[in-house]
Design a protein around this ligand. Sequence first.
Ligand code: PXL
Length: 268
Amino acid sequence: MRVLAVNDISCVGKCSLTVALPVLTACGVTCDILPTALLSTHTGGFTGYTFLPLDGEMQKICAHWETLGLKYDLIYSGYLGSRAQIAFVREVRRRFLKEGGTFVVDPVLGDNFAFYKGFDDVFAKEMLSLCAEADYILPNETESYLLTGTRDFSAALTQLGKVCPHPVITGANAGDGYYIYYSENGEKRMPIPCVEGSFHGAGDVFASAFCGCLMRGLSLERALTLTAQFCYRAIVRTQREVTDRKYGLNYEREIYPFLCELEAEATR
Ligand code: PXL
């Protein structure tokens, strides 16, 4: 199985490609990368970070890949720095996704009910149009709100379900606990263990592990269950070991238990 991760390289503050590459590789799939930008750190909580968009380079990389005849079983897109990059990812999907392949969009927009730096409603609309081409979308509760305008998860899921066959709202705080809301022959809701507050990079760990599980043949429900457990254990460890959450999740030593579960359930 061959996956393409389209995401930025944030050199510090584990997220995006520095998470996707190790997690997907550990899952036993080939992970190629298309970097969208190079940053000294991610944009959440750091000041003075450097940001180099790689639009021109992305075009050249893809032109070269076409000469190699590369095609992917799954394309996973994450942080995109501009509307032009969203448009380009659409093109990447058209050129490089295998017939019958899977397109997963993590619509990275914000957290704590606010946009990340540089994003706004116009950008969110464009992201929604990319979601319309995806098989799975993985908004967190903030992104679900920014995409739909509603904080009601059932209503948001219904709206998103009109756009994409399998919307998955991750880490939704419904008042009586946290849930993953997802669509599979109708609305479903899975209770998940969760820790109050936001943890930087958790969405990227989630998306990467989820793609890995899909590629190893797990059903949507089992992929979500194993992924949620992995993230929860990484979050608990992070809370225990790290004081500054902007440096990302301490997920590394939770990869092994996650893989043991994955290997026990994998069908390919
Ligand atoms: O984890 C999401 C993310 C990815 N990449 C960059 C970010 C963020 C969130 O802040 O800034 C560059």
